[in-house]
Ligand binder design. Structure first.
Ligand SMILES: [Zn+2]
Length: 289
């Protein structure tokens, strides 16, 4: 199956002259824009004992993908500035540390604005739930800050539901006439009761009702990659469970701040909020790899 508009390009090595011959860097992405995932492949002249990658002021978690090949997932956050961001790369080869870099020239992207009508309690929450909302925000921040240091995903990523999305990723949302934070996920137009499948393996680090996102499930795929599913009617997994690709997490519903049943999937890559469809295009079943 192929999806419209998800062509993956191999980015030209515009900064080839800055690349040390001992580390060859190649990048794959749908585009270099806010909300996109970039897969960096680093091929080293000799076998590297360790590779370190830093981008957007964060240490990423590269993983070995071949005898002399490493990969790193670089997320360009939804709110990343439109400028050139340097990715710095170091590899320990034969007792020496080789260094190079890769320039990501982030291009502007226009996100549409959508106006939605929801229950007023989700736009101006009553004082009684202020503490709950703050507590849940802190709990999520703590999860993103402590990913599994092991790579838990394996093989290609799959769609959690068969239905298509309404391309709402990045939309500037106006709820009941009031601007709120941008929509940081993809909304799949699935009927209530559709089974939600794990897009890949990992550990369930959250499985509970949250104020805004209703019945929510977070999978830690390791190395800073997390899947967050929202608005389920029922949850069929427990915190601490290990899941494999295709395991059912729960059923599509309409809990939390919604206008109707759908599946919301947010992807975090080293803290960056990226479009899950960019992950499927690069590392999904139908990706050209
Ligand atoms: Zn959504």
């Amino acid at each position: 199956m192929r999806w419209a508009g998800t062509a993956v390009v191999i980015l030209a090595l515009a900064n080839a002259t800055q690349t040390a011959p001992s580390i060859h860097v190649e990048a794959r992405a749908r585009s270099v824009q806010p909300g996109e995932l970039v897969v960096l492949t680093m091929t080293t002249s000799g076998e590297a004992s360790a590779v370190r990658v830093r981008a957007f002021d964060r240490d990423l978690s590269p993983y070995r993908s071949g005898a002399r090949e490493w990969q790193a997932l670089v997320g360009i956050d939804l709110d990343a500035s439109i400028s050139t961001h340097r990715v710095s790369i170091e590899a320990d080869i034969d007792g020496r540390t080789e260094r190079t870099g890769y320039d990501l020239a982030v291009q502007p992207k226009r996100f549409p604005t959508r106006s939605l009508q929801v229950d007023e309690a989700f736009v101006n929450p009553p004082a009684a739930v202020t503490d709950r909302i703050a507590r849940e925000a802190r709990a999520l921040a703590a999860l993103w800050a402590a990913p599994s240091p092991e790579r838990l995903w394996t093989g290609p990523f799959i769609r959690p539901v068969p239905q298509s999305t309404n391309s709402a990723f990045g939309t500037r949302s106006v709820f009941n006439g009031q601007p709120r934070s941008p929509h940081s996920g993809a909304d799949f137009l699935s009927p209530a009761g559709t089974p939600v499948k794990a897009p890949n393996s990992g550990r369930i680090v959250l499985a509970r009702d949250l104020y805004y996102t209703g019945n929510s499930v977070v999978i830690d795929h390791g190395l800073g990659l997390f899947s967050f599913f929202a608005h389920l009617s029922t949850i069929d997994v427990h915190e601490g469970d290990q899941v494999r690709t295709g395991d059912v997490l729960g059923l599509v519903g309409a809990t939390g701040r919604v206008t109707g049943p759908h599946l919301h999937w947010t992807l975090r890559a080293s803290g960056a909020r990226v479009d899950p469809l960019s992950l499927l295009a690069l590392l999904g079943e139908s990706a050209e790899r």
